[in-house]
Design a binder for this molecule. Structure first.
Ligand code: 3PG
Ligand code: MG
Length: 394
């Protein structure tokens, strides 16, 4: 069930959102507010219908303690700017002061509670903590897709005590990610990168029967090269993944799925500005160098394959994109996807960040707000935060 299926007028509605936004390390300023903007439809839906909206979120990993740098006041400020009206914040997320603040809310008002992870009971999915949160409201809405893979008190525990439904963002995420699993337009390609194969293996195994192409770049390509007995120099290899990767390559071949690996890579002897950098064919990686990006021939190959596709899912950068001169492959893929006349879905986390920073987000079909959550969903696994909500039939 979603917010559309319930009466919200004059009700206190606790909305779990994922305001875990990136902050500038020095200044603490929000560097990407996409996750805030993504829940505006739900907030507007509720306030337009006369609900009292109580937002609750985590920010970072404070590990059960108050960490001043991870207070949500900065998010309340940004949200106030975006909404054009004041969103008050509280100094805690449970307790009598918070209950008082909630009591003062008028229909259509919005309040933001303090970081739920300041309490160790949040991640412990503690029942009395969940009840203390539940006491604040009449209805619970989960719009935190990015955190729906966590069995925490504000995501799972609380649903025992309040009628619990999905927000509009959660609904949209499940709809879009579900549709590329269930009925993708073909050809369908998965473009995968990032450091580790182990993060993505569940997803790869689940989509292998649905895709036509798998394109592998980024650090994880090294484990594939190693499985094919190439020298990969100082690049990270996940030794315990080698057998699995070898089997995966056989499996794709058997099924007629084209698995493309880079044919050339950029290698460097370090990440500093003085580091020596060169582009080599994958047969020629020196034992003393590390792979930092895909090379120009690979960019061309990948681009040509993507050009043929009707659906593309992308998760994971093609290299160490945080260093601008090793970001070429990642940037080229972002631009290629933006130019496609196809359904393009971007996994959350660093890939979403790349696409947003380069101003290309609006040219993609959908940019997920979930990193780990979208991978788990595409691995075919149940998300505890979604499973805990009411079903239409019930
Ligand atoms: C995320 O950014 O991945 C989500 O907000 C979940 O955060 P977590 O990985 O700290 O649980
Ligand atoms: Mg995470």
């Amino acid at each position: 069930m979603t917010v559309r299926d319930i009466e919200v007028n004059n009700k206190r509605v606790l909305v779990r959102v994922d305001f875990n936004v990136p902050l500038d390390e020095g200044t603490g300023v929000i560097t990407d507010d996409s996750r805030i903007r993504a829940v505006l439809p739900t907030i507007k839906y509720l306030t337009d219908r006369g609900a009292k909206v109580i937002l609750c979120s985590h920010l970072g990993r404070p590990k059960g303690k108050v960490v001043d740098k991870l207070r949500l006041a900065v998010v309340a400020q940004r949200l106030s700017q975006i909404l054009g009206r004041q969103v008050k914040s509280t100094k805690d997320c449970i307790g009598s002061d918070v209950e008082e603040a909630v009591e003062k809310l008028k229909n259509g008002n919005v309040l933001l509670l303090e970081n739920v992870r300041f309490h160790p009971e949040e991640e412990g999915n503690d029942a009395s903590f969940a009840q203390a949160l539940a006491r604040l409201a009449d209805i619970y809405v989960n719009d935190a897709f990015g955190a729906a893979h966590r069995s925490h008190a504000s995501i799972v525990g609380i649903t025992k005590y309040l009628p619990s439904v999905a927000g509009l963002l959660l609904e949209k995420e499940i709809e879009v990610l579900g549709s590329i699993l269930d009925h993708p337009a073909h050809p369908f390609a998965a473009l995968l990168g990032g450091a580790k194969v182990s993060d993505k293996i569940g997803m790869i195994e689940n989509i292998i029967g649905k895709v036509d192409y798998i394109l592998i770049g980024g650090g994880m390509a090294a484990t594939f090269f190693k499985a094919k007995s190439y020298e990969v120099g100082l690049s990270l290899v996940e030794k315990d993944m080698l057998d699995l990767v070898a089997r995966l390559m056989q499996d794709t071949a058997k099924r007629g799925v084209r698995l493309l690996l880079p044919v050339d890579v950029v290698v460097a002897d370090g990440l500093s500005p003085e580091a020596k950098v060169s582009t080599v064919a994958i047969e020629n990686i020196s034992p003393r160098l590390k792979i930092v990006d895909i090379g120009p021939r690979t960019i061309k190959d990948f681009s040509e394959e993507l050009q043929r596709c009707q659906t593309v899912f992308w998760n994971g950068p093609m290299g160490i994109y945080e260093v601008p001169r090793f970001a070429r492959g990642t940037q080229a893929m972002a631009e290629r996807l933006a130019g496609l006349d196809a359904t393009t879905v971007i996994g959350g986390g660093s890939t979403a960040e790349v696409v947003t920073k380069s101003g290309l987000a609006s040219r993609m079909t959908f940019v997920s707000t979930g990193g780990g959550a979208s991978l788990k969903f595409l691995a075919g696994k149940e998300l505890p935060g979604v499973a805990a909500l009411l079903n239409k039939s019930s």
